[in-house]
Write a protein that binds this ligand. Structure first.
Ligand SMILES: [Zn+2]
Length: 511
């Protein structure tokens, strides 16, 4: 059984923004972690390419929608390369492959008698690609997300019988592990309790979409087709395009990580569609919060959008990852503040973890001929060994519960306590007496060994920093399974060479 994790399929109306980087980095950390734990992982990302918004955008630029999509899709894959994202599948919903799976899926839903022709009247936000429930003063009402007027729609559409699944959806969302966090789950429970209405799954005024088989003017509603990208991605590498191949490729997903704004589609519409087509449900939908900047909502009109490319070129991958993973509790909103960012990187990574490694490896080199001390009894009966064990256990529990911020703090606290241990033992005073040398060796070995474990635990979160720590400690792990058996205490090779120290992380300056 594979562990399947998905980012949302990003809408190609624009290049990736910090929010998409955030979601993708979190998924990347989880995927790396699961692989390190020995699981077979399928990490899916991709782009959602259809819909009126894209059609209009391409028209504005006088290009073919497909060419527009190709351009933006390339920008996404380039970005994921720049950020070293270890995805396994990149699905494009404008691909022939995807279309085949959508058509087959639609056939199944139709067979379940869940499709009928009706008339869709209502106020529509093209930005959201969503009908809004009877807003007051509808003609002047602006979508709060897009600040744009709604458009009136009165057209024949195909409908999906969502109302039929009322009690089944209630049962699904009552399972506390299905939607996280709790607050998001309560919002959905509240929404569903008002009664589910059938929703339209086709459009007659949108050419840029997948044609509904047998219905000339109709294309599928963008959400109906896009959600299926999670399934069609699973058979991307198969020669034959078919829904069954996709299902056998690893469905159901273990976790859909999404922004809270698209939770309703994933936690209500999607499960109903899957039941209708006879597919299993995803195990979990995790809705993360929004990012603000210096306490303010980011927006083009406000001119305060933080460009992730700039962030990357200025600070590099690991500092940005550390901030996004450690400072934001997954599910809550997060705020990017430059001063806080600089402080966290300097305190946590440079002053605590970097400094711990540097001072200890320098002492060891100076006192023990550029080597890790030898003749040390690696007993687990010392405070750092027991702290290491507690840290590893906590970290694994937190990671398994998708509490990545707490898992990061577990590493940091271990580093803080190791620094305290060193300050408390004061080996630089003890070393002055020859009779203390065996004890000094033990102290230095313990601290170096703690640092080795800190480096390993950092691997899914900060892969580059982790690798630098390994290099500096002279550790070489099996590339495919660096964690296997390695999180135990006392494995740092005694008497091995310690390479010349180099700064593993640069201190940042305020803007
Ligand atoms: Zn909107």
């Amino acid at each position: 059984m594979s562990f399947v994790i998905t980012t949302p399929l990003y809408y190609v109306n624009d290049k990736p923004h910090l929010g998409s980087i955030y979601t993708t980095i979190i998924c990347d950390a989880i995927a790396r972690y699961k692989r390190l734990m020995g699981e077979q992982v399928i990490f899916i990302t991709g782009v959602d390419e259809h819909g009126l918004k894209i059609q209009r955008k391409a028209n504005e630029n006088s290009i073919d929608p497909q060419i527009h999509c190709n351009q933006i899709s390339n920008i996404f894959t380039e970005n994921w390369m720049d950020w070293d994202i270890t995805y396994d599948k990149f699905i494009r919903t404008s691909s022939k492959h995807h279309e085949t799976v959508v058509n087959e899926f639609y056939g199944r839903v139709k067979k379940s008698d869940d499709i009928y022709m009706g008339v869709q009247k209502g106020w529509y936000c093209v930005g959201c690609e969503e009908f809004k429930d009877n807003p007051e003063n509808s003609s002047t009402y602006k979508c709060p997300i897009h600040q744009k007027n709604l458009e009136w729609r009165n057209e024949e559409n195909l409908f999906f019988r969502l109302s039929k699944y009322q009690s089944q959806i209630e049962e699904i969302i009552n399972n506390p592990t299905f939607i996280q966090p709790k607050e998001r789950r309560n919002e959905i429970i509240n929404f569903v309790s008002k009664g589910l209405k059938d929703f339209s799954i086709s459009r007659t005024n949108v050419a840029w979409g997948i044609s509904v088989p047998g219905l000339d003017k109709h294309t599928f509603y963008v959400w109906f087709d896009a959600l299926l990208g999670y399934v069609s991605a699973l058979s991307l590498d198969e020669k034959e395009d078919s829904l069954n191949k996709a299902i056998n490729g690893g469905w159901p997903a273990n976790i859909h990580l999404i922004g809270k704004d698209i939770l309703r589609f994933h936690a209500v519409y999607w499960p109903a569609m899957l039941i209708s087509a006879g597919l299993e449900l995803p195990k979990k939908v995790l809705g993360h919060g929004f990012l603000t900047r210096e306490g303010q909502k980011m927006g083009k009109s406000l001119g305060n959008v933080l460009d992730p490319k700039l962030l990357l070129s200025k600070y590099g991958r690991d500092p940005v990852r550390w901030f996004l993973i450690k400072d934001i509790s997954l599910g809550n909103d997060g705020d990017f503040q430059n001063k806080r960012f600089v402080d966290i990187i300097n305190n946590d990574l440079a002053n605590t973890i970097g400094n711990l490694l540097n001072r200890t490896s320098s002492m060891s080199r100076k006192w023990f001929k550029n080597k890790v001390p030898n003749d040390v009894k690696t007993t687990e009966n010392n405070e750092l060994a027991s702290l290491s064990k507690i840290t590893v256990d906590r970290y694994i529990n937190n990671f398994n519960a998708y509490k990545l911020d707490l898992a990061s703090s577990d590493i940091l606290n271990f580093a803080i306590n190791t620094n305290l241990y060193l300050n408390d033992k004061q080996p630089w005073i003890l070393i002055k007496q020859d009779s203390n040398i065996p004890y000094v060796k033990e102290i230095i070995y313990n601290v170096l060994e703690s640092t080795r474990i800190i480096g390993l635990l950092l691997l899914p979160i900060l892969p580059e920093l982790s690798a630098k720590i390994d290099v500096q400690l002279g550790c070489i792990y099996k590339k495919e399974s660096p964690w296997q058996g390695q999180l135990k205490w006392g494995l740092l090779n005694q008497d091995s060479e310690l390479p010349n120290p180099f700064p593993i992380i640069n201190k940042l300056e305020y803007e």
